[in-house]
Design a protein. Structure first.
Lengths: 791, 141
């Protein structure tokens, strides 16, 4: 009996669902942001999963990173020591290297992981032998290693007793003390390790007494979860108070084990922003779903009442309610799974720097998410159903009309949806306008076939402080190469994040530039810098290496400080820092503004002075049609022939730098546009469906009023007024909230004002028009068949 | 009246604090065994012995104040360093004396020097009650 009833009810639900396309669409809208958020969760989990190191999810280890000027690096020893002194944690370093390993039968280069210790705390138990001697050994102890399971199986399994066996690593005799467990692959993600050795023995193995931490080293902390919570909260402030950390630096403690820190930080920051956006979209879709579902609930309630009148028992009705809800939740989950690949594609679009091949999909994690999602949706739907049943009055039978509570509920949800859509449309419009102005901004240079050459930060040697003719020599040699069309020297190459400052004043004593001490941006350039970059000279000429007292300024400086002068009498004063004496320099040219840090940065008044000697701080700008790699070879060869202190050449094309600079903004724009388009479509659909549901409920009342002589306009106006009364406080509240939280959007807007009254009024008018059209259409439709509602 | 006394006290405190630090210049033309690059640090104990020397940026400078061993070339380096300045520091009046060599911005930008100076300024606040004297030597043209 119950079985038959269940089958009957399931078939009934399926029939209703297949005929209710709007509901399926609503579920699809709900499933899309959920699938995107699941994808984000899986990416995060993939980054945080350290199974490859034989570590469980709850292993008491955390990655610790020092972030300086946006760049991550392992913790320096002095910070680790301070942390160990203050908190009950152990500091661990890990570095992976390929070194030559020689045993009786072979000699080849093998990957070796060097780790300080912590095997016992991390519950890494060896398959054979003991890791005791590898736990934080002291200097001078015998060199020891643990062989990985794969290496042992491949080469030494035939050897009866591998423990105690001696091998040669980097020509040093090392004793094997253990075989690592089978589930240990490496301490680095997507790498394998043949041997594990104590980190402290690395200097001895490399014959490097002055060994210091290298950037490819990872630093970790081993402790317990409570300590980590306190550490994460207090560490940065504590170290700053102890004068061990600069204000702009930060210590990050996270769960990313064996992962490239820089990439993890970039990706996690972006994911945080995207997650915020998609949570907002989910909120919108959930309100929309709620709106529609409560309408459906009203219809269902009528169905339950009819079934009760027909003799259905309370148990039968309860079973039906449960099945209806359960099957709907199941449908939502199925749609979410169906949308997962689509979400995967979109995430790839939003996060161009994440290679999706690197993301390993954890099936158990996915099941976990699905299970919790199921429970959440079931809980929310039960709440909505309960509210509908207990608080919302549903009329039934003849004389049917939408109750006041039903109207308030429907219009409130509709107003919420439309308010969110208004704000989303407005934000997208601002972002689009911003991107348009950024693309339109002329950067003040040509990027085609232009390359920026930068060098590592030099050590200052006394001899390079003396003037010499290395600058001219370098340029002559570069230009004499047939592959190089033009070349120039600059101390601030575009988009290279290099800046240099000095102190300049106008002849009236006004400080040029910004900052408390009058920092003026000054670029030391060679004469042909502007022609190489394709920058227009608006007035006069470029600098000349033979005329050291002549300078060139940019348009921003000219407009602000010299606008009332002619080029003939334009002068600026430079301050000699050691004696405070001011020297007058003649302005011989004005150039268009060069956006050296990208189109969304403010243009600083800049002075261009001639460069003479090379100190190693300078960079180069080259025009050439060949590739960056070929150019690197040519430049390196030329640099070698000169006595200049340039180390580590980095050559990047200007086009690549511009593209890279645009990437984060474009990704945010893509996400916002996708979310807005979805919200807009959803808003239109829900607006029509909500008003349809409401006019359906109100059909008899409308028909009666119409028959009593009420005009179409007054019927529409009555409903519209009701909506406006609900809409005004909600849109006001939403706009206030948006203004309070506008910082998030403001960061991405450059030269575009956050307040655009015309745009917000237009969007608001469109939204109101949409409601008016929808009301007009549905009421008119109902009145055309008024006799049906009255019969 | 109360305000005047406070102002007087503040002015005296400010003057005595500013007397602690001295600025010197080190010309690139000067012949010396002390290298002409920055940042460089020299830390002396109460006895005027060099306990720490660095020829590069040291953000963990605070930890060096805890170390006791005397530098192997303490006498020679101290002699070279004091040869640069026309001033005889009174080491015994302080627990520590720090000399910091930086480069004049006129010669060229030196971001590590700026960072080191900021750390030293933080240390000045941290050690304001612990008798530490800070001196700055600027390399000039």
């Amino acid at each position: 009996m119950t079985y038959k009833l269940c089958v009957d009810l399931i078939l009934n639900w399926l029939k209703q669902m297949t005929n209710n396309l709007s509901f399926i669409l609503v579920i699809l809208f709900l499933a899309f942001p959920i699938s995107i958020l699941i994808n984000f969760q899986l990416i995060e989990t993939s980054y945080l999963d350290a199974n490859f190191a034989g570590l469980s999810k709850d292993s008491p280890i955390r990655n610790s990173v020092l972030v300086e000027e946006g760049k991550s690096q392992p913790l320096p020893y002095y910070i680790s020591q301070e942390i160990e002194n203050k908190w009950p944690v152990k500091s661990v370093y890990e570095r992976s290297l390929s070194l030559e390993v020689k045993n009786e039968s072979s000699k080849e280069s093998k990957p070796i992981s060097f780790i300080s210790g912590g095997f016992k705390s991390l519950d890494i138990k060896p398959l054979q032998g003991s890791l005791e001697s590898m736990e934080f050994p002291k200097l001078g102890q015998e060199l020891v290693t643990a062989i990985s399971y794969i290496e042992w199986k491949k080469h030494l399994k035939t050897t009866k007793n591998v423990i105690g066996k001696k091998i040669q690593i980097n020509n040093k005799t090392v004793t094997i003390v253990a075989v690592m467990p089978e589930n240990f692959i490496s301490f680095r993600e997507r790498q394998t390790t043949s041997f594990v050795m104590p980190y402290k023995q690395l200097p001895e193995l490399l014959d490097d007494i002055d060994y210091s931490i290298t950037p490819d080293t990872y630093s970790y902390l081993i402790g317990n979860n409570q300590v980590f919570t306190s550490l994460t909260q207090d560490i940065t402030l504590y170290l700053q108070n102890e004068a061990l950390l600069l204000e702009e630096s930060d210590i990050l403690i996270n769960r990313a084990i064996g992962v490239n820190n820089q990439k993890y930080l970039t990706v996690s920051k972006r994911i945080y922003l995207l997650k915020t956006l998609f949570w907002l979209l989910l909120l919108f879709c959930f309100i929309a779903f709620n709106n529609f579902y409560s309408g459906e609930c009203a219809a269902k309630q009528q169905e339950y009442k009819i079934r009760a009148f027909c003799g259905a028992s309370k148990v039968n009705l309860l079973v039906q309610r449960f099945l209806d809800m359960f099957l709907t939740v199941l449908l939502i989950i199925v749609f979410c799974l169906f949308c997962l690949p689509l979400g995967h594609y979109f995430v790839q679009l939003f996060l161009p720097q994440v290679s999706m091949e690197e993301v390993s999909w954890n099936f158990s994690q996915l099941l976990n998410i699905i299970f919790y999602l199921f429970l959440c949706v079931l809980f929310f739907m039960s709440i909505v159903f309960l509210i509908q049943e207990k608080l919302i009055k549903t009329t039934f039978g003849r004389g049917q009309s939408a109750s006041f509570s039903q109207k308030v509920q429907s219009y409130t949800l509709l107003a919420l949806l439309l308010s969110l859509t208004t704000i989303a449309l407005y934000s997208s419009l601002l972002l689009l306008e911003n991107q348009r102005s950024i693309f339109k901004t002329h950067l003040g240079f040509v990027d085609k076939n232009r390359f920026v050459v930068t060098f590592d930060f030099p050590e200052i040697r006394s001899e390079v402080l003396q003037e010499n003719d290395t600058a001219q020599l370098l340029l002559q040699q570069l230009v004499s190469n047939p592959e190089i069309k033009q070349a120039a020297i600059t101390s601030m190459p575009p988009l290279s994040e290099k800046t240099s400052y000095s102190q300049w004043f106008s002849t009236t004593g006004e400080t040029i530039g910004t900052g408390a001490h009058g920092n003026t941006t000054e670029d030391s350039i060679s004469a042909d810098y502007f022609t190489t970059l394709g920058t227009k000279i608006l007035l006069g000429n470029s600098v000349d290496s033979l005329k050291p007292m002549n300078i060139v300024v940019n348009q921003a400086l000219w407009d602000k400080y010299l606008t009332d002068k002619t080029l003939a009498d334009a002068q600026l004063l430079n301050v000699n820092i050691s004696n405070g004496k001011k020297t007058a320099y003649r302005v011989v040219g004005v150039i268009e503004n060069i956006y050296i840090s990208g189109p969304d940065t403010q243009i600083e008044p800049t002075i261009y002075s001639p460069v003479f000697a090379l100190t190693g701080f300078e960079g180069l700008v080259i025009e050439s049609h060949i590739s960056a790699s070929k150019l690197t070879t040519i430049v390196a060869k030329i640099i070698k022939t000169l006595d200049v202190s340039f180390n580590g050449i980095h050559i990047v094309s200007l086009s690549d730098l511009i593209e890279k600079e645009h990437q984060p903004r474009l990704a945010i724009l893509k996400v916002t546009l996708t979310a807005t388009v979805l919200m807009f479509i959803a808003a239109v659909v829900f607006c029509f469906s909500t008003i349809k549901q409401l006019t359906d409920k109100n059909a008899r009342e409308l028909a009666l009023r119409y028959c009593e002589g009420a005009k179409l306009g007054s019927l529409i106006g009555r409903e519209y007024l009701f909506f406006i009364i609900v809409f005004i406080p909600i849109i006001t509240g939403s706009l206030t909230l948006f203004t309070l939280q506008s910082d998030l959007l403001q960061k991405f807007l450059v030269g575009t004002s956050l307040v655009n009254l015309t745009a917000i009024t237009l969007i608001g008018a469109c939204v109101l028009l949409l409601v008016a059209i929808s009301l007009g259409y549905h009421i008119k439709q109902k009145l055309r068949f008024a006799w049906l509602s009255l019969s | 009246m109360k305000k005047l006394i406070i102002l007087l006290y503040l002015s005296i405190s400010f003057n005595s604090l500013s007397l602690l630090a001295k600025n010197f210049e080190y010309s690139v033309q000067t012949e010396s065994n002390i290298p002409k690059y920055g940042p460089q640090l020299f830390l002396f104990n109460k006895q005027g012995e060099l306990t720490y020397q660095s020829e590069s940026l040291d953000l963990g400078l605070r930890n060096e104040f805890r170390k006791k061993p005397i530098h192997k070339r303490s006498t020679q380096i101290t002699q070279d360093l004091l040869g640069l300045i026309d001033f005889q520091p009174t080491f015994e009046d302080n627990n520590f004396t720090l000399f910091f060599i930086t480069i004049s911005p006129e010669i060229g930008p030196c971001p590590p020097c700026d960072k080191q100076e900021r750390i030293i300024n933080m240390l000045k606040k941290k050690f304001k009650d612990q008798k530490v004297e800070f001196h700055k030597i600027t390399i000039v043209d």
